[in-house]
Design a protein around this ligand. Sequence first.
Ligand SMILES: [Zn+2]
Ligand SMILES: [Zn+2]
Ligand SMILES: [Zn+2]
Length: 179
Amino acid sequence: MRHAWYLEEVSEKKNREWTTSEKMAIYTMRLKNFSASDIALKYRASISQVYNVVRLVRKGLKNECYMCGEPLTKKELLENKKSFIKACTKCRKKSSDYKKEIRKRAEDAHLCIYCVERPAIPGHKSCPNCISLTHRRRYAKGLCGQCGKRPIGKTKLALCEPCAKETKIKASIRRGNHE
Ligand SMILES: [Zn+2]
Ligand SMILES: [Zn+2]
Ligand SMILES: [Zn+2]
């Protein structure tokens, strides 16, 4: 019997993404001496997530790289203008290379590229826990996870044929063997 992962309820994500205003609000609450556990309760996060956000925002406000703590150059500051958690060029390059490497290894091992823990759903890159809600809804309707317009094609991926083709071309360019 096929496992209907897409009909299950979505559990809360471990690595939650904070919006800029949430980050700022958490930081401000800590400045006003709210306890980390109260904030965690309010935002349904863990205490360590709260401490983490506060630490990142503090460094960002001081214009320091959140990874190595080095002050950012003027050029780097301009590049980091939009995000208020800032990273220096060196650290950013390092972490994006690292992430790419991890994702690639996970993909080769058929593991979820987000948590790198659970097996990926066949034809997808993520596990039932990490797959996005949009993707899940589309899949439940038999639609392509990428464009959400065309039905899933006869490829191994849960994508329509044009999207699957595009994905394959992109992957091959990434690997550097596209002519
Ligand atoms: Zn750095
Ligand atoms: Zn996962
Ligand atoms: Zn599509």
